[in-house]
Write a protein that binds this ligand. Structure first.
Ligand SMILES: O=P(O)(O)OC[C@H]1O[C@H](O[C@H]2O[C@H](CO)[C@@H](O)[C@H](O)[C@H]2O)[C@H](O)[C@@H](O)[C@@H]1O
Length: 260
């Protein structure tokens, strides 16, 4: 897909920015979507290219995910010595800012109550299951039939109607509920400000990534992965195209540094 002239030209142009931040979502972007969230892995080369970019002068790289930080680090193998900034929990956590995620007693009670209620309401719906994260509970329906997924969604909506204090984030075969007010766009904008970069490149595939795309300026480059309405300027089909685009961006940035 990087042979597509518009995308290639856009990557080469943004690679010439004096200070650049390259950031990517994880699931569905670096890692193909799978049924079991704990088996997600980034495609070969993607993390290497991000780390290589982060090693270049005036160049930074980040992962921005709905995963909690510990899980994101585990799945990507990016530990404390990683050159990448990891932003987790849709912006609730960051390795750079060391943002804490301790919920208040009220927030924790609210999350616990909705989790218990969802668990009770979803019993008996085949393929519907809950993922428990430190700041959120996620209803997964990827392995449910369409009628079962619809039934799970209907039951979840009834429960969530009783919890207007919670934030609901919708994604690919997931409905996520958290007591925090978070979004990836604010988190990435704060990182870009802190790094004082001239341009941001962002890869994302889901509704929550639109909060990033909508904030980008003409100096930046948003790349939507897959189908669906988007505010991104460019689009690729799937994770293999992201891998190719990251390599093209890394090479263009290295050429720029070499003065070519
Ligand atoms: O922001 P992301 O990195 O894209 O994380 C969003 C959610 O990703 C995970 O769910 C998605 O990936 C799963 C594994 O491929 C897939 O089974 C599921 O259908 C997808 O929605 C994760 O499990 C969630 O906690 C994240 O919020």
């Amino acid at each position: 897909m990087t042979s597509e002239p518009g995308l290639r030209a856009a990557l080469e142009l943004v690679a010439r920015s004096p200070a650049l931040l390259v950031a990517s979502d994880f699931d569905g972007v670096l890692a193909p979507l799978v049924d079991d969230p704990m088996t997600s892995r980034a495609l070969p080369g993607t993390l290497d290219d991000l780390c290589a970019l982060a090693a270049l002068p005036s160049t930074y790289a980040a992962l921005v995910s709905g995963r909690d930080l510990a899980t994101l680090a585990q799945l990507t193998g990016q530990g404390a010595d990683s050159p990448l900034t990891l932003i987790g929990g849709h912006g609730a956590q960051s390795t750079r800012a060391d943002i804490g995620i301790t919920l208040s007693e009220t927030e924790q009670a609210s999350l616990d109550a909705v989790t218990v209620a969802l668990h009770a309401a979803l019993g008996g719906v085949p393929g519907a299951r809950l993922e428990l994260k430190p700041t959120a509970t996620v209803l997964h329906t990827r392995t449910a039939t369409p009628p079962d997924a619809a039934e799970a969604g209907r039951r979840a909506a009834e429960v969530l109607a009783e919890h207007p204090e919670l934030t609901v984030l919708r994604g690919k075969d997931v409905v996520e509920v958290t007591p925090l007010v978070v979004d990836k766009g604010s988190a990435l904008a704060a990182l870009a400000r802190a790094l004082d970069v001239d341009a941001v490149v962002y890869f994302g595939d889901d509704v929550t990534d639109e909060n990033v795309f909508i904030r980008l300026t003409p100096a930046d480059l948003g790349i939507k992965v897959g189908l669906g309405a988007t505010h991104a300027a460019q689009r690729v089909a799937g994770p293999p195209d992201v891998a190719a685009a990251l390599t093209a961006l890394r090479l263009a940035r290295q050429l720029r540094d070499a003065g070519a």
